[in-house]
Design a protein around this ligand. Structure first.
Ligand SMILES: CC(C)(COP(=O)(O)OP(=O)(O)OC[C@H]1O[C@@H](n2cnc3c(N)ncnc32)[C@H](O)[C@@H]1OP(=O)(O)O)[C@@H](O)C(=O)NCCC(=O)NCCS
Length: 309
């Protein structure tokens, strides 16, 4: 068994087959999602993914991402028949060495911009033990939520917009500079997500709460056929109907507590439904009670875990 740098031309199909064998029952992904995420993570990072090979056969895979001094381990899999032979540990060690070489000082499980998982999945207990044994410390619990949009739901919060004299509108190219300035001021960590949607020509999927010229809030939505295969669409194989989603839900500090956040979420759910989704995925949150108001339920839970390199 030897560890090689992942080569999309030689390894993509074998590694995708490995994913199906290893995680097909718990966390299935479709081929497009898998390839898009691996490519996005490894763009400009030739050693960002590693393959453990038995002859020419991939039996293990590690995928990382990096953002400055922060690294992310996005996937680590070993074929069921090959588990217990130290392959996962070897892949992890090499992945950490490579991240260190890129200048990373810390590595998180999941949670990168092109992630599969939000964190360490609670329903994979063996993975939890493995990463604890390799020095990863649990930090906090978060969850992914889902709304079943097929359930009829009364519109409860639109009047909050009317009361504030505000409206929810899709972002346009003309509105984009003001939206980006708002995001930079209020939620700088979400600017990259907005740019990613705009770069794919999908700025209309950014919904904006505004009052005349004032921007009050933004939310990034994803239609089932979105070109931006973001974190909200990763697990679409696990749902019995088209999956959409939303995230990066933000209301300006001065407007919080006026009902506009929940009204924006309600409007986003309606837009995602109109775009053809049966289910709406809300990834990475801790405010379950807030989203429960618009019908969201916990899908799965995750532990945020990290290791200093
Ligand atoms: C979370 C956020 C979008 C909520 O928007 P908001 O406009 O302040 O919230 P609203 O006024 O619409 O709240 C609607 C209702 O939900 C409740 N609520 C608000 N925040 C809540 C929270 N964190 N947890 C539980 N309930 C909450 C409110 O009390 C209100 O209840 P009411 O209808 O009985 O009065 C806003 O606080 C925000 O932008 N926070 C920073 C960014 C963030 O954390 N986004 C979420 C990431 S997952």
């Amino acid at each position: 068994m030897d560890i090689r740098v992942y080569d999309p031309l030689r390894h993509a199909e074998g590694v995708f087959a490995l994913w199906k064998q290893t995680l097909g029952d718990t966390y299935p992904v479709d081929r497009d999602t898998f390839l898009a995420h691996v490519l996005a993570c490894t763009l400009g990072r030739p050693a960002g993914a590693l393959v453990a090979c038995d002859g020419e056969q991939p039996v293990g895979f590690a995928l990382t991402a990096a953002n400055g001094e922060t690294g992310f381990l996005e996937a680590l899999l070993v074929q069921p028949d090959s588990q217990g032979r130290g392959i996962g540990g070897d892949l992890l060690e090499q992945a950490e060495i490579n991240l260190c070489g890129e200048g990373c000082r810390k590595v998180w499980l999941g949670r990168g911009p092109d992630r599969f998982w939000t964190g360490l999945p609670s329903d994979l207990p063996a993975a939890g033990e493995f990463f604890a044994a390799h020095g990863y410390a649990a930090q906090s619990q978060v969850c992914d939520l889902v709304i079943d949009l097929r359930e009829k739901r009364p519109v409860l919060y639109r009047d909050r917009l009317e009361r504030a004299g505000a409206e929810v509108v899709p972002c346009t190219r003309d509105l984009l500079p003001a939206v980006l300035a708002f995001e930079q001021r209020e939620f700088p960590g979400w600017v990259a997500g907005l740019l990613r949607l705009a770069a794919k020509g999908e700025e209309a999927q950014i919904l904006v709460v505004r009052k005349a010229e004032e921007i009050i809030g933004t939310i990034q939505t994803f239609a089932p056929n979105s070109r931006a295969l973001g974190a909200n669409l990763v697990w679409r194989e696990t749902f019995p109907g088209p999956l959409g989603g939303y995230g990066a839900v933000g209301i300006a500090k001065t407007w919080r507590g006026s009902g506009l956040g929940i009204a924006m979420c309600e409007a986003a759910g309606i837009a995602v439904r109109a775009a053809g989704a049966d289910f709406c995925f809300i990834d990475w949150t801790t405010i379950v009670d807030f989203y429960a108001r618009v019908g969201a339920r916990v899908w799965r839970t995750f532990t945020m875990a990290s290791k200093d390199l």
